[in-house]
Design a protein around this ligand. Structure first.
Ligand code: PLP
Length: 396
């Protein structure tokens, strides 16, 4: 079938897309409808932690699809119980609610914090979030986000969110008031351009929220499932939040997210939360296969090693081309280009067969499969270097 024969106008035009139609993937590689091959350092937006079409995931889905796809969220199923057991063990938290997207998990986290405020904190509902944050595209998660482009959209916003500055504890302290119930943040602001919260800041926030009786909500949708070399980024700072959200890598490419909470914070009552597809065994079987694999010490050590190689090669490239610095951790990294040339570079590397992402006009983001090889990182650097060279020559 010539997939390209389909009119693209049947899809809502929500983002600029190149004309290529992707038809196949394997590991770090994608193929479009013409047979052109691309090296993929976007991986579904930091989703495909095991790369494209991993056998482990395909087998888990096929096996589960033949057995039981969905009995109803009003009944228990074995896959969701097993995955919830594994996630609670790995996170040190007590209970899980499965969702179908990161935004939905975060929406649940916001609802849970408000429920906690209603039950234990005299109706407190304000949540302190951060400038530059990205928590999703539902109305509440857009309101929680600090993305400047969201500011004027879909007014009026959901009330109850105030914005502090990342890595500035005093800016958080100043916002705490009688209605505050929680502080919510990403350990690394991915969509903002890979801006890390310091481990010290995360530890200080944990102490502050504990002292003030507030919940700490960590959005590890982009940083979780081994992305930074630990199963959870929280482990780098030695903290356990009260509420944690996971998504993206959790399903290894299929839509699965999770809201986790400590026993005290997990205070939903019947009727407060739910959803038709939530916790269905098909997605949970995928999550189980992915988490069992990515949480192994050997797997995480390999991510750290690959991350070190990526940092080293990006830093050398930055020096050679007199660019800005390299930020991030593990296999979530950004290169500061020093100039607003990122979109042009992404278009040029796409032509050459390399998928990259530009979260900011002057920044490239790298979020390859966690199984990416050092040789694939070297190929990416070579292709990016060549694109930079061509761009420089053109500008001269
Ligand atoms: N939170 C963070 C930190 C994210 O990076 C994202 C997606 O990029 C989301 C939430 C939203 O997840 P989803 O797109 O699955 O709704």
């Amino acid at each position: 079938m010539n997939t390209h024969a389909h009119a693209t106008s049947v899809l809502m035009d929500i983002t600029p897309r190149p004309a290529a139609v992707f038809v196949r993937g394997e590991g770090s590689w994608l193929w479009d409808h013409t047979g052109k091959r691309y090296l993929d350092f976007v991986q579904g937006w930091a989703v495909n932690c095991l790369g494209h079409a991993p056998t482990l995931l395909a087998d888990a889905l096929a096996e589960q699809a033949r057995r039981l796809i969905t009995p109803s969220p009003a009944f228990y199923n074995d896959a969701s119980l097993k995955l919830a057991g594994l996630l609670t063990e790995l996170s040190g938290l007590d209970q899980v609610f499965f969702a179908n997207s990161g935004a939905e998990a975060n929406e649940g986290a916001i609802k849970l914090a408000r429920k906690y405020g209603a039950r234990y904190r005299g109706g407190a509902y304000h949540i302190i979030t951060f400038d530059g944050a990205f928590h999703g595209r539902t109305l509440a998660t857009m309101s929680a986000s600090g993305k400047p482009a969201f500011a004027a959209l879909f007014e009026p916003k959901v009330p109850g969110f105030t914005k502090a500055r990342l890595n500035d504890l005093a800016s958080v302290e100043r916002l705490i008031g009688p209605h505050t119930v929680a502080v919510m943040l990403e350990p690394i602001q991915g969509e903002a351009g890979v801006i890390p919260a310091d481990d010290r800041f995360l530890a200080d926030l944990r102490r502050l929220t504990e002292e003030r009786g507030l919940l700490l909500i960590l959005d590890e949708i982009q940083t979780g499932i081994g992305r930074t070399g630990k199963f959870l980024h929280a482990e780098h700072a030695g903290i356990t939040p009260d509420i944690l959200t996971l998504g993206k890598g959790l399903g290894g490419g299929v839509p699965l997210a999770a809201l986790l909470a400590s026993a005290r914070a997990s205070c939903f009552e019947h009727g407060d939360q739910g959803g038709t597809f939530n916790g269905n065994p098909l997605m949970c079987a995928a999550g189980l296969a992915v988490v069992a694999h990515t949480s192994r010490a050997q797997f995480l050590a390999a991510v750290e090693l690959a991350g070190g190689h990526l940092t080293q090669r990006l830093s050398a490239l930055a020096r050679r081309h007199q660019l800005g610095g390299v930020r991030g951790r593990g296999l979530l990294q950004a290169l500061d280009l020093g100039d607003a040339i990122a979109a042009e570079l992404v278009a040029a590397t796409f032509e050459a067969g390399l998928l990259l992402n530009a979260p900011r006009p002057d920044t490239l983001r790298f979020m390859p499969a966690l199984t990416v090889t050092q040789a694939e990182i070297d190929v990416m650097i070579e292709m990016l270097g060549a694109a930079l060279h061509r761009q420089r020559r053109r500008l001269r």
